[in-house]
Design a protein around this ligand. Structure first.
Ligand code: ADP
Ligand code: MG
Length: 744
C-alpha cells in the first residue's frame, strides 16, 4: 500500500515558486478505483507523478509498502516503476510506428516473458481490449479510442499492481470515454487504479473513491464502497533485470522494420561513410604497396610480376628445384635465363602500307612475360597462346594504330642488346593491356612462355653477361667487344670474319691463309667460373670492313647457341600476377636456400623517406576522415534520433533499463553498418571484376585489412549510438512525456 504524509511539491519557475502539492495526506490500497478530479492547475498530474515515482517530492514522506521513499535514488524509483506501475496517458504514449501486436509484445519482453508464452498472451490481451481485427495495424493509423485501448492492453501485459491514468479520456468523445473507463474497470480487478478525470460525471459509475484537489490540497476524499483490499502492492521485485539477447534483437529488428524511411536514411548515410572510408583506407594500403619510383641498380625490369631468386649456395638449380619453386602458391611461371627481361629491343610496326608518319619507326621496348597477366588485365583481345603471339600495352598500341588492333601485325626486329641483326620476325598482337600496370610512356610487350624457351632468346639473355674469348693454339685472346653477328647465311660450325678481326685476334695469319683455320670460342660461367667452348672454322674473310676498323665475326645462330647450351641456371625469375601475390610468394620462399630480390619494391633511402612521409600523411588523412565522418554523421542523424527519444522513453516507462535501451540502439546502428559494409564489399568486388575507372584496391587488401575496416566502422557506429543514448538519457522520463524531449 501507498501512504502519503504531509507530502509537498514545489515548482520553481521564472523566479517564483508554485506549490503544486500542499501537505497531502492519504493512503491507497489495491482494489481501490480512485477518481481524482479538480480544476486545471490544481495539481492532479503532479499528484499522480509523485505517487508513481515519475516526479520527486520536496517535503513530507511517501511510504511504499511501509518503506520510506524520501531517500530513494532515481534508480530506486526506476525499479519501483518497472515492477509496480503501469501508465495510461491522455496522449496514449504508445509507439506509433509499431503495430498493436508489437506494442504489447515489447511490454511482455520487458516483463521478461519468454517468447513461447508471449504469442498466446498477446492474442488474449488484444482480444480482451477488443482490438483483434487491428492486431497487425500500425497504431498511428488507429482512432483515439483504439489507441487508448492499446495503452490499456500494454498496461495489462505489464500486469502491474498500480495503474496510473492521467486523463485517459481527455481526447475522446463521451461515448468512447464511457467504453474505455468500463474496460479499465473490468480489467483492473484487484489492482489499485488512480484515474485523473476532467469530469467526475463520466467516471463516477466506476469509482470506489473520489478525491478532489484544489490548489494542491485534498479538499474532498470520499470512499463509496469498502472493497476487499490488499495491504501490500506485493509485487515481487523482478529478477529479470535485463532483457534477454533474443528480446534485444527482436526489439531492434522491430525498430528497423517499423520505420523503413528512417532505416533507409541511416543506411544511405552509413553507405557514404563506408565508401569514403574504404577509398581513403584503400589508397592508404595501396600506398604502402607503392611501386618504388627509382628503379633497381641491377634489374631494369621492375615489373610487379617479377621476383628474382638466386641460389644462396651458388650451386646450380636442378630441375626438381625449379619445379618446387614453380609449385609455390601464386607462381605462374618460372623463367630461367631471366636476364632477358632486363633487356630491350626494337619493334618496328608495319601498319599495312598506309605510310603514316609512324611507318618505319623503331621503338625501344621492354620485354615481359605474359604469365604476369590475367585476362581481366586486358582492355582488349586475349592472352597469347603461342610463341608468335604477343600482348602489348596501350603505349605500343597507340603508336601502332589506334583502332585496328586486330588487323595489325607487329614486325619485331629483335635487336636485343649486344645481339644485333637477328632476322626480322613477325608477331601477332592478340591483346592490349592497360598502361596503368606500367608507366604510361614505356612500350611494353608481353611474350608467351614458349618464346622464352627458344635458344635465340636464351642466348640473348646470356650473352651480355658472358664474355666470349677466342682461344687459338693455347693462347686466350680477348678484344673488348668484337661484334658478333648471327647470320643464317653462314654454315653451321663456320664463321666469317673481318680483316681487322684477323689482324687483332689471329695475328699469326694473313687474311689469305686464315680460311680453314679452326679456333675456339670460349666463355665462363659467371658464378662458378666453369668454362664452356665450341670450335669454329674460318670460312671467309670479308673484304670491305678493313677501313671501318671493326672486329666483326658472323656466325650461324645455332652454332652460337651451342656455346650456351649447357650453362647452369643460378638465377630465375618467378612470374606472378601482382604485388599482393608477390608478397605471399616471397614469404613462402625458403630464405636459407635462396636469395630473393623483389625489384618492384627496391628503393634507395631517398625514395624510402618520401614513401614513409606519404604513408604517414595518408594515415593521418584516414584518421581525420573518421573524426569528420563521426561529426557529420552525428549532425545528419540528430533529427532522426530526436524523433526516437519518445519511443525510448516509452520503453523506459515500461521498465526497460538504461543499459537495455543502449544495447538496442547500438544493435540497430551496428546492424545497419554491417549491412553497409557488406554492400560496399560486394560493390568493390564487382568493381574489381569489371575493369571500371573507379580505383580498385581489392588486390592490395588482405584479410587483416578487411577485419580492421569492419572493426573501425563498427566502433564508429557504437560510439555514435552511445553518444545519442547519452543525450536521450539526459532527458528525464517525465520531461520527455511532457515536452517530447529534445537532443541538444
Ligand atoms: P493539473 O494536472 O491539475 O492541471 P498540474 O499538476 O499539471 O495540474 O500542475 C499543478 C501546478 O504546478 C500548476 O500551477 C502548474 O503550473 C505547475 N506546474 C506543473 N508542472 C510544472 C513544471 N514542470 N514547472 C513549473 N510549474 C509546473
Ligand atoms: Mg494535468
Amino acid at each position: 500500500m501507498i501512504r502519503l504524509e504531509n507530502v509537498s511539491k514545489y515548482y520553481h519557475q521564472n523566479g517564483g515558486v508554485t506549490r503544486a502539492l500542499d501537505r497531502i495526506n492519504a493512503s491507497f490500497r489495491r482494489g481501490e478505483f480512485i477518481v481524482v478530479t479538480g480544476e486545471s492547475g490544481s495539481g492532479k498530474s503532479t499528484f499522480l507523478n509523485v505517487v508513481s515515482g515519475l516526479d520527486r517530492y520536496e517535503s513530507g514522506e511517501m511510504y511504499i509498502d511501509g518503506k520510506e521513499t524520501s531517500y530513494y535514488s532515481e534508480s530506486d524509483f526506476e525499479d519501483y516503476r518497472r515492477d509496480n506501475v503501469a501508465f495510461i496517458f491522455q496522449d496514449y504514449n504508445i509507439i506509433d510506428a509499431y503495430t498493436v501486436y508489437e506494442n504489447v509484445d515489447v511490454a511482455l519482453m520487458i516483463g521478461g516473458v519468454a517468447k513461447k508464452d508471449r504469442r498466446k498472451r498477446i492474442k488474449s490481451i488484444i482480444d480482451r481490449v477488443g482490438l483483434t481485427p487491428q492486431t497487425h495495424q500500425k497504431t498511428s493509423k488507429l482512432s483515439g479510442g483504439e489507441k487508448q485501448r492499446v495503452a490499456i492492453a500494454r498496461a495489462l501485459a505489464k500486469d502491474a499492481p498500480l495503474i496510473v491514468a492521467d486523463e485517459p479520456t481527455g481526447n475522446l468523445d463521451k461515448n468512447t470515454s464511457e467504453k474505455i473507463l468500463k474496460l479499465l474497470k473490468e480489467l483492473s480487478e484487484d489492482k489499485l487504479v488512480l484515474l485523473v478525470s476532467h469530469s467526475y460525471e463520466v467516471a463516477k459509475n466506476y469509482a470506489s473513491r473520489h478525491i478532489r484537489l484544489f490548489d494542491g490540497k485534498i479538499i474532498e476524499d470520499k470512499t463509496f464502497e469498502e472493497l476487499p483490499t490488499h495491504e501490500k502492492l506485493g509485487r515481487k521485485t523482478s529478477d529479470h533485470a535485463f532483457l534477454t539477447p533474443k528480446s534485444l534483437v527482436t526489439i531492434a529488428g522491430h525498430n528497423l522494420k517499423a520505420m523503413p524511411k528512417r532505416t533507409l536514411f541511416v543506411l544511405a548515410l552509413s553507405l557514404l561513410i563506408v565508401l569514403s572510408f574504404a577509398f581513403t583506407y584503400g589508397s592508404y594500403v595501396e600506398q604502402t604497396h607503392a611501386r618504388a619510383p627509382g628503379g633497381h641498380p641491377h634489374f631494369r625490369n621492375v615489373s610487379e610480376g617479377r621476383i628474382v631468386v638466386n641460389k644462396a649456395s651458388n650451386t646450380p638449380m636442378d630441375a626438381s628445384e625449379l619445379e618446387t619453386l614453380g609449385n609455390l602458391r601464386g607462381v605462374q611461371a618460372v623463367l630461367p635465363y631471366d636476364t632477358i627481361l632486363d633487356q630491350q629491343f626494337s619493334i618496328h610496326v608495319d601498319n599495312g602500307g598506309y605510310g603514316g608518319p609512324m611507318r618505319g619507326y623503331f621503338r625501344t621496348t621492354n620485354v615481359n612475360h605474359a604469365a604476369m597477366l590475367r585476362s581481366r588485365d586486358l582492355i582488349d583481345g586475349r592472352l597469347p597462346e603461342n610463341a608468335n603471339e604477343v600482348v602489348v600495352n596501350e603505349a605500343v598500341q597507340r603508336f601502332a594504330d589506334n583502332d585496328a588492333l586486330e588487323t595489325i601485325q607487329l614486325n619485331f626486329e629483335v635487336r636485343f642488346q649486344y645481339m644485333e641483326y637477328l632476322d626480322l620476325e613477325t608477331f601477332d598482337v592478340v591483346g592490349t593491356v592497360s598502361s596503368d600496370r606500367t608507366a604510361a610512356y614505356f612500350n611494353e610487350v608481353y611474350f608467351h612462355e614458349d618464346f622464352f624457351a627458344r635458344d635465340r632468346v636464351k642466348t640473348a639473355a646470356m650473352k651480355p653477361y658472358h664474355d666470349i674469348r677466342l682461344t687459338y693454339d693455347g693462347t686466350e685472346r680477348f678484344l673488348y667487344q668484337f661484334d658478333m653477328m648471327m647470320e643464317s647465311g653462314v654454315s653451321e660450325g663456320k664463321v666469317e670474319v673481318s680483316p681487322y678481326f684477323v689482324n687483332e685476334l689471329l695475328p699469326d695469319f694473313d687474311e689469305e691463309d686464315v680460311v680453314g683455320t679452326v679456333f675456339t670460342l670460349k666463355t665462363n660461367d659467371v658464378i662458378t667460373g666453369e668454362a664452356y667452348s665450341i670450335d669454329v672454322e674460318v670460312a671467309k674473310v670479308y673484304e670491305f670492313e678493313e677501313q671501318t676498323g671493326r672486329a666483326l665475326i658472323s656466325i650461324h645462330p645455332d652454332t652460337l647457341y651451342e656455346l650456351y647450351a649447357d650453362i647452369d641456371i643460378h638465377q630465375v625469375s618467378l612470374i606472378v600476377h601482382d604485388r599482393f601475390t608477390a608478397h605471399s610468394v616471397i614469404d613462402s620462399i625458403d630464405d636459407d636456400a635462396y636469395g630473393v630480390v623483389y625489384p618492384a619494391e627496391y628503393e634507395d633511402s631517398f625514395n624510402r623517406i618520401f614513401r614513409i612521409i606519404g604513408q604517414i600523411m595518408q594515415g593521418v588523412a584516414s584518421v581525420a576522415l573518421l573524426v569528420v565522418l563521426y561529426f557529420l554523421a552525428f549532425l545528419a542523424l540528430r533529427n532522426v534520433m530526436q524523433a526516437r527519444t519518445k519511443d525510448f522513453v516509452i520503453l523506459r516507462s515500461l521498465g526497460a533499463k538504461q543499459k537495455d535501451i543502449h544495447r538496442i540502439s547500438v544493435l540497430e546502428m551496428c546492424a545497419v553498418m554491417a549491412l553497409s559494409l557488406l554492400i560496399v564489399f560486394v560493390l568493390m568486388l564487382i568493381n574489381s571484376a569489371y575493369r571500371t575507372p573507379i580505383p580498385d584496391y581489392i588486390p592490395y587488401l588482405r584479410f587483416s585489412n578487411y577485419v580492421l575496416m569492419v572493426i573501425v566502422l563498427l566502433t564508429l557506429s557504437v560510439l555514435l549510438a552511445l553518444r545519442f543514448n547519452q543525450k536521450i538519457y539526459a532527458v528525464s522520463v517525465n520531461k520527455a512525456f511532457k515536452e517530447g524531449g529534445e537532443i541538444q
